[in-house]
Design a binder for this molecule. Structure first.
Ligand code: DOR
Ligand code: ZN
Length: 343
């Protein structure tokens, strides 16, 4: 195939940050996607409707002129999130979900939730108001091996949440294991998942063989090949529970290429091309549109987009870096060639 025309996709998991970083990364996403679920893990985190609406205005102000991109806002759950805040969120047309970060699991998660049981009254309210509950599914117990943290979270916490709140809409974000694919597949239709391009294309060798490659470091961390294959099979299955969420997570170059490097892959400028590469490698380009443009919107109860985008078989070189004004930002596949191009 030389040309692929699909309905304009949405990104159901995105980090935009603020300030100079926001101004640099937003045009990259807005060029590819019509809408995105915007993660609330800023410093300080976005925990109230008021903060989310002001962040939304900051994003709209940073959009390139003429862009029709729509940010879909989320709130960060803490041990002190109130029932009143859930109600207020349910009454705002701009708030689409609440996000759980287990405290200490990842970037800017210190204000997150120590024990998910703590927030069961809030989950009850999310269920009542039919607001999606987005989960970073990893335990933080230092005894648990980093490669097992997703599986243990599902067994220890998520299985009980699904049982206690059978009507709660849940998105298990950025799946990385076969165990998670099975968990989501076996749950009811209220449980769905996002999958990133890096977890479809790479296993942990990309991160560790031939030297440490910090730009492939994200959380949850890349896993074994067996898990990558399970994710590919889920993404190309046509099962509407699995949809696109890049988890594009920009960090400045000097903080990635560091003795204690930050977690996050910056994929926004080439996200759709990476997904096309992964689907093509598995002879499943015909399944890309459902995954990228339909299932997420259906799950969130939003209309599908009406315009379309075109990808062509064109070789191009990914820019080595972007100047944010605060430092350089290095994308995934920096300086490498891609064979699909969004025009
Ligand atoms: O790799 C990651 N980066 N995983 C996350 O969960 C957070 C993200 C970030 O905000 O940088
Ligand atoms: Zn994320």
């Amino acid at each position: 195939m030389e040309k692929l025309i699909i309905t304009r996709p949405d990104d159901w998991h995105l980090h935009l940050r603020n300030g100079g970083m926001l101004k640099t990364v937003l045009p990259h996403t807005a060029r590819q996607f019509a809408r995105a679920i915007v993660m609330p893990n800023l410093r300080p985190p976005i925990t109230t409707v008021e903060q989310a609406l002001s962040y939304r205005n900051e994003i709209l102000a940073a959009l390139p002129p003429g862009s029709a991109f729509e940010p879909l806002m989320t709130l960060y759950l803490t041990g002190s999130t109130s029932l009143a805040e859930v109600k207020a969120a349910s009454e705002s047309e701009h708030i689409h979900a609440f996000k759980l970060y287990p405290a200490g699991a990842t970037t800017n998660s210190d204000a997150g939730v120590a024990d998910p049981k703590q927030i069961y009254p809030i989950l009850e309210a999310l269920q009542k108001y039919d607001l999606p509950f987005l989960v970073h599914g990893e335990v933080v117990d230092p005894e648990i091996d980093i490669f097992d943290r997703e599986r243990v979270f599902l067994e220890t916490h998520l299985a009980d949440i699904v049982k206690q709140f059978p009507a709660l809409r849940i998105v298990v974000e950025h799946l990385t294991t076969q165990d998670a694919v099975e968990f989501v597949t076996e749950a009811g239709p209220q449980v769905a998942a996002t999958i990133t391009p890096q977890h479809l294309l790479y296993n942990r060798n990309a991160l560790l063989v031939g030297g440490i490659k910090p730009h492939y470091y994200c959380l949850p961390i890349l896993k074994r090949e067996q898990h990558r294959q399970a994710l590919v099979n889920a993404a190309i299955s046509g099962n509407p529970k699995f949809f696109l969420g890049t988890d594009s997570a920009p960090h400045l170059q000097h903080l990635k290429e560091h003795a204690c490097g930050c977690a996050g892959c910056y994929s926004a400028p080439l996200a759709l091309e990476l997904y096309a590469e992964a689907f093509e490698a598995n002879s499943a380009l015909d399944k890309l549109e459902g995954f990228a443009s339909f299932y997420g919107a259906d799950f969130y109860g939003l209309p599908r987009n009406s315009e379309s985008v075109t990808l062509t078989k064109t070789t191009w070189t990914v820019p080595t870096d972007f100047d944010t004004g605060e430092g350089l930002l290095v994308p995934l596949r920096s300086g490498e060639q891609l064979t699909w191009k969004l025009i």
